[in-house]
Design a protein around this ligand. Structure first.
Ligand code: SF4
Length: 431
């Protein structure tokens, strides 16, 4: 049985109990969230070394790190190193987006080495196989696509991105709309080419029940991908994007009826003033299903710093109710990320997620900051480093220019906190 079926049957699974323990909430609250479709636990029954992680309403905002090879760069050793860096930096999940090398071996290696949930986008491998065999993605058969999906599920992939909402109708709307950046989703682009060439409906939409059967068998969580996501601020929240979301809303309902856990992916490039509306729209149309946003990126002009662009958007989205942030690295739009880019991206998204958790009142979030404030007031540098999102960097920077006294070298002997303590002695921390 899937976590959703167990939850609906009133059963608290070991995975639910562990998630509740990590989140510091009652296991019954997790069960109810899963039963109601507002929380998912991506936990494939074949992922043996997995520490389960909950994603959704009322619990900590989670961060995903994308890793994987491209046609220009990468091998299994580099990807395993990126996995290690992502986990060490605090990522909650990883997605293997490999598109070159032995894709199956890389995926299996990542799953075997990963204690955190692993996601994939099976259409990448299916499309690449079709290119290798027939010279074109458009020649891929429906059976070949589902064979790859089943292989990913059998290998232990915990969640898969499936662009089921890229329908013939959405493509027609996209054409009538006219966009600056057209389509920036790789999976979406593969499917659009296939649909237009074959003059047939998206197989992931037409044979959605077949997809649900596979997902249910292995308890793979569906992540309904946003193939129509805007890749330019100018294209944000347009008719093609919203049409896809309407279709996804129906597919969320069908997945849940079939006992399959499901979440929804969202933009993309969005101006600051459209982020909250996008989150509200998804939550209303998809009945509170967990929302997994890709950034969002709040400007198009920060190449080289898009981990910051994404963190700004991610903080606003998560504070408005998004549950899961896909990181953006400094390499976004420029190159395949290396392990250092992975670290920068994870930390930036974790800052966004935590800032939002304070605003959302997530259990333990505010207390973490309170502990840091007390350590700062005490000039306790060891504790400050320990409480930092990146203890290593915190310690390194503090040690770079040592102070003669107990304070840091920013103000040195004129440390405001030390001076006030000396003259007023009013430090009475509340924890
Ligand atoms: S020296 Fe200045 S920056 Fe450093 S701890 Fe004291 S008040 Fe803070």
């Amino acid at each position: 049985m899937t976590q959703l079926e167990l939850a609906r049957g009133g059963i608290i699974s070991p995975q639910m109990a562990l998630v509740a323990q990590h989140e510091g909430v009652e296991a019954e609250a997790i069960r109810q969230g899963i039963a109601g479709g507002t929380i998912v636990i991506p936990a494939n029954t074949n992922h043996s070394n997995l520490a389960p992680c909950g994603i959704g309403q009322g619990i900590r905002t989670k961060v995903n790190a994308n890793i994987g090879t491209s046609s220009d760069f990468g091998n299994i050793d580099t990807e395993l190193e990126k996995l290690r860096v992502a986990i060490d930096s605090g990522a909650d999940t990883v997605m293997d987006l490999s598109t070159s090398g032995d894709i199956s071996a890389i995926r299996r290696g990542i799953i075997a080495s990963s204690s955190i949930p692993v996601g994939t986008v099976p259409i990448y491998q299916a499309g690449i196989k079709a290119i290798e065999e027939y010279g074109a993605i458009v020649k891929m058969t429906t059976d070949e696509l589902f064979t790859v999906i089943e292989e990913h599920a059998r290998d232990g992939v915990d969640f898969i991105t499936v662009h089921c909402g890229v329908t013939q109708s959405a493509i027609a709307r996209l054409k009538r709309q006219g966009r600056v950046a057209d389509v920036v989703s790789r999976g979406g682009a593969f499917l659009i080419g296939w649909i237009v060439y074959n003059e047939r409906e998206n197989p992931l939409y037409e044979y959605y029940d077949r997809l649900l059967e596979i997902a249910r068998q292995y308890d793979v969580t569906l992540s309904l991908g946003d193939g129509m996501r805007p890749g330019s601020l100018a294209d944000a929240t347009d008719r093609a994007q919203v049409e896809e979301l309407l279709v996804i809303g129906e597919l969320v309902q069908r997945a849940q009826q079939a006992g399959v856990q499901v979440m929804v992916e969202g933009p993309g490039h969005l101006p600051l003033n459209q982020i909250e509306a996008n989150v509200r729209l998804e939550k209303a149309i998809c009945k509170g299903a967990p929302f997994y946003v890709l950034g969002p990126l709040v400007t198009d002009v920060a190449a080289g710093y898009d981990h910051i662009t994404g963190a700004i958007g991610g903080a606003i989205a998560a504070a408005a109710g998004a549950d899961f942030l896909c990181y953006v690295t400094p390499a976004e739009h420029l190159s395949l990320p290396d392990p250092d880019d992975v670290k920068q991206g994870v930390i930036a998204s974790r800052i966004a997620a935590h800032a939002a958790d304070i605003a959302k009142g997530v259990k333990g979030a505010e207390q973490w900051d309170m502990k840091m404030s007390v350590a700062r007031k005490k000039l306790d540098w060891g504790e400050q480093a320990r409480l930092s999102l990146d203890p290593e960097r915190s310690g390194q920077i503090h040690g770079k220019h040592a102070s003669a006294g107990a304070a840091c070298s920013m103000c040195g002997e004129y440390c405001a906190m030390a001076l006030v303590e000396e003259f007023l002695g009013i430090s009475t921390p509340r924890c």
